[in-house]
Each structure stands twice: as structure tokens, then as C-alpha cells.
Ligand binder design. Structure first.
Ligand code: NAD
Ligand code: TDX
Length: 336
């Protein structure tokens, strides 16, 4: 009988791409468990209606009653994407980050401890390592040093998950990936925000001096790496995931402008993010050597495809940008 994989947060950016990745390649029964916060969008997976291997359950990982409902049938593998994921929102309102990212992960670990399962994959982030200077890259043994309420909550979840491996022998594996880009990313994040603002000929807000560095990976490569970890990762291990594409933020903004043929005059330097991490860079040596990981998307091609996706799927982001998102945008950027 096919195994059941519980994917939490499957209506978000990476979860959507991962649900598709798994159904295209395997025969798992996939349960997508999602609270449908502002960031969750059922429209992303509408075409899976009618696929007998796919079930959507609306639920909150911070509610044990909701989790119990989904565990009425055995679950073999959990991949926990569900999280509040935006650093700026964590600065405005940290509450939900603690609730979902820490208490939610705790609930899933507790349920998995009671029922037993084959694998628990905790999707973490490179932000748990803090910020780098001009050189070097994060390795799995780099000390954890988070700087935002978001990254602190993700760090707490990682430490808890690893404690469940050490104390209860739970089959936990953790992944820490760098900044993702690609289709279905919510337009509050740098790349889709810049693309959609540029398409609408509105200002492109760049924090501080625009020289903070992020290390970009296409979401497809991230999903392929998680697939490797689900099937071949070793219990009790952390795997960093990246694709060696370090860019300053201003380089990213200029690249989007060039692809779209829009003017540099749209750029507006605004007040910096408090506690803004200067540079991230990921050393993916461990997953490359041990699990044969190799990213496949060339950065400039991946960026062109991503811009094209937002051009072709205007309706998807326009619906988002006209709803409650407008209030957030005003609160966030109104007086910067
Ligand atoms: P996202 O914000 O696009 O999606 C999050 C999803 O989780 C949404 O569908 C939302 O409805 C759901 N969710 C939120 N709270 C929930 C709750 N309490 N119960 C159930 N569902 C809930 O996020 P994303 O960018 O797809 O990130 C997914 C995961 O990957 C997160 O854990 C994030 O920390 C991690 N990550 C993201 C990146 C990145 O660049 N986006 C990089 C590294 C790691
Ligand atoms: O309007 C903006 N202007 C700007 O200059 C926004 C939204 C961002 N920025 C800068 C801040 C960062 O240096 O761009 C960079 C990227 O910002 P985000 O897209 O908000 O991503 P980041 O803060 O790096 O975090 C992301 O990567 C790690 C994800 O949102 C996290 O979920 C993931 O863990």
C-alpha cells in the first residue's frame, strides 16, 4: 500500500511546488494540511481536484485538536513547511511566529512521538545562522545565531526537533535552505514584490544601501533537495541547501528591471530593516557529497522564467495585491 506523506503548509510558495514535485514522481498519498493564512492559496493546486492520491485538510498546526483529526489515519512521513515566513511581518507582529513556528512544530513532534512514523523532515532556513561578514559560508556546524523574531522562532523549532531525535530517537532530519525564488511566491518577498511593482510602474523599495547579499536558489532545486532528504537523509542530521548564487539586493532589482525593460528611476531607497542581516551564503558540501545533490537551474534562466511566470499569471498576484495585502503594504512602506 502506498505510504502517506503529510505536507504542512502545502498552499504556500514552497509547499505548492513540493506537493506537485511529489505527485509528479511518486505514488504517495499526499495530505496537504494548511491553515490558509494570508499566505496560503488553494487556487495554487486547484488542478489537483479529482486526483485520488491528494487530500486537502484545512487545519492549524498550533491546534492539537486539528492535528488529531488528520492523524486518525496513519501518517508515514511529515514534511513541515507550515510557518509564518516573512521577516518584516515578524518585526511588526511576532506573536503568530511563536505560535505557529514553535508551538506548531512542537505539536507535530508530540503527535509523531505518540503515533510513531518513518520520517519527520523539519523545513528550516539558513537565517538560523545569523549574518556573515564579507567572506565564508554557513556550514551545518556554524553556531546558531538568529537575529529576527522569525529566525529565532525557526531556531527554537530546530532545537526542539533535534531534542526529539536525541531524547526519543525520533527519525528527525532538518533542512536549512537559502533564499528561494520561482512561481507562486507571495508578493511580499523581494523578487515577486519587485517584479509586480515594476509591472505596475510603481516604486521599488530597496532597504538601506541595497548591498545586503542573499544566496538564491530556484524553488525547483530546493524541492529536489528535500526529495533527496526524505528518501536518503540520515536521521539526526542537518542538511544545508543552496545553489551558490550570491547577489546584492540592488543587483536583483536591476536584473528584474533589465528583463522587463523598465527604468532605473523606479528604484527608491527606503529606511533599512531593523536587525537586517548583511550577508547569507550557503555551503552545500554535505548534501552534495552524501546525497548526490546538484542544483540544475541556471540563475539567469531561472530569473527570466520567474519574471515570465508573473507576467503570464497577472490574475494570481493582482487578486492578492488588491485584498488585505494593501493594508499591510501601507503599514510597512507608508512612512519609510
Ligand atoms: P509561505 O509563507 O509562502 O507559506 C506558508 C504556508 O504555511 C501557507 O500556505 C500558510 O497558510 C501555511 N501556514 C501558516 N501558518 C500555519 C499554521 N499555523 N498551520 C497550518 N498552516 C499554516 O512560506 P514559504 O516561503 O513557502 O516557506 C515554507 C517553509 O520554508 C517555511 O517553513 C520557511 O521557514 C522555509 N523556508 C523558506 C525560504 C524562502 O526563501 N521562502 C527559505 C528557506 C526556508
Ligand atoms: O521591499 C523589500 N526591499 C528590500 O530591500 C523587501 C521585501 C526586501 N528587501 C531586502 C531584504 C533582504 O535583504 O531583500 C532581501 C530579501 O528579503 P526577503 O524577500 O524578505 O527575504 P529574507 O528576509 O532574506 O528571508 C527569506 O529567506 C529566508 C524568506 O522570506 C524566509 O522565509 C527564508 O527563511
Amino acid at each position: 500500500m502506498a505510504e502517506t506523506i503529510l505536507i504542512t503548509g502545502g498552499c504556500g510558495f514552497i509547499g505548492t511546488n513540493f506537493v506537485r514535485h511529489m505527485l509528479e514522481r511518486y505514488d504517495y498519498n499526499v495530505i496537504n494540511f494548511d491553515k490558509l493564512t494570508y499566505a496560503g492559496n488553494m487556487e495554487n493546486l486547484k488542478d489537483l481536484d479529482g486526483d485520488g492520491r491528494y487530500t486537502f485538510v484545512r487545519g492549524d498546526i498550533a491546534s492539537m485538536a486539528d492535528i488529531e483529526r488528520v492523524f486518525e489515519k496513519p501518517v508515514d512521513v511529515i514534511v513541515n513547511f507550515a510557518a509564518e515566513s516573512h521577516v518584516d511581518r515578524s518585526i511588526l507582529d511576532p506573536d503568530t511566529f511563536i505560535r505557529t513556528n514553535i508551538n506548531g512544530t512542537f505539536n507535530l513532534l508530540e503527535m509523531a512521538r505518540k503515533t510513531g512514523l518513518r520520517r519527520f523532515v523539519q523545513i528550516s532556513t539558513d537565517e538560523v545562522y545569523g549574518s556573515l561578514g564579507d567572506s565564508g559560508a554557513f556550514r551545518e556546524d556554524t553556531p546558531l545565531s538568529p537575529n529576527s523574531p522569525y529566525s529565532a522562532s525557526k531556531t527554537a523549532a530546530d532545537i526542539l526537533a533535534m531534542a526529539y531525535f536525541k531524547t526519543y530517537g525520533m527519525p528527525v532530519v532538518i533542512t536549512r535552505c537559502s533564499n528561494n525564488y520561482g512561481p507562486y511566491q507571495f508578493p511580499e518577498k523581494l523578487i515577486p514584490l519587485i517584479i509586480t511593482n515594476a509591472l505596475a510602474d510603481t516604486e521599488l523599495p530597496v532597504y538601506g544601501d541595497g548591498l545586503n547579499v542573499r544566496d538564491w536558489i530556484h524553488v525547483k532545486d530546493h524541492c529536489a533537495a528535500i526529495d533527496l532528504v526524505v528518501h536518503k537523509g540520515e536521521e539526526g542530521n542537518v542538511y544545508n541547501i543552496g545553489a551558490s548564487n550570491e547577489r546584492t539586493n540592488i543587483e536583483i532589482v536591476e536584473l528584474v528591471l533589465e528583463i522587463l525593460g523598465k527604468p532605473r528611476s523606479l528604484i527608491r531607497y527606503v529606511k533599512d530593516r531593523p536587525g537586517h542581516d548583511r550577508r547569507y551564503a550557503i555551503d552545500s558540501g554535505k548534501i552534495t557529497q552524501r546525497l548526490d545533490y546538484k542544483p540544475s537551474v541556471n540563475f539567469s534562466e531561472g530569473m527570466r522564467d520567474t519574471v515570465e511566470w508573473y507576467v503570464k499569471n497577472k490574475g494570481w498576484w493582482e487578486r492578492i495585491k488588491t485584498g488585505a495585502y494593501l493594508d499591510y503594504y501601507e503599514k510597512m512602506y507608508g512612512n519609510r
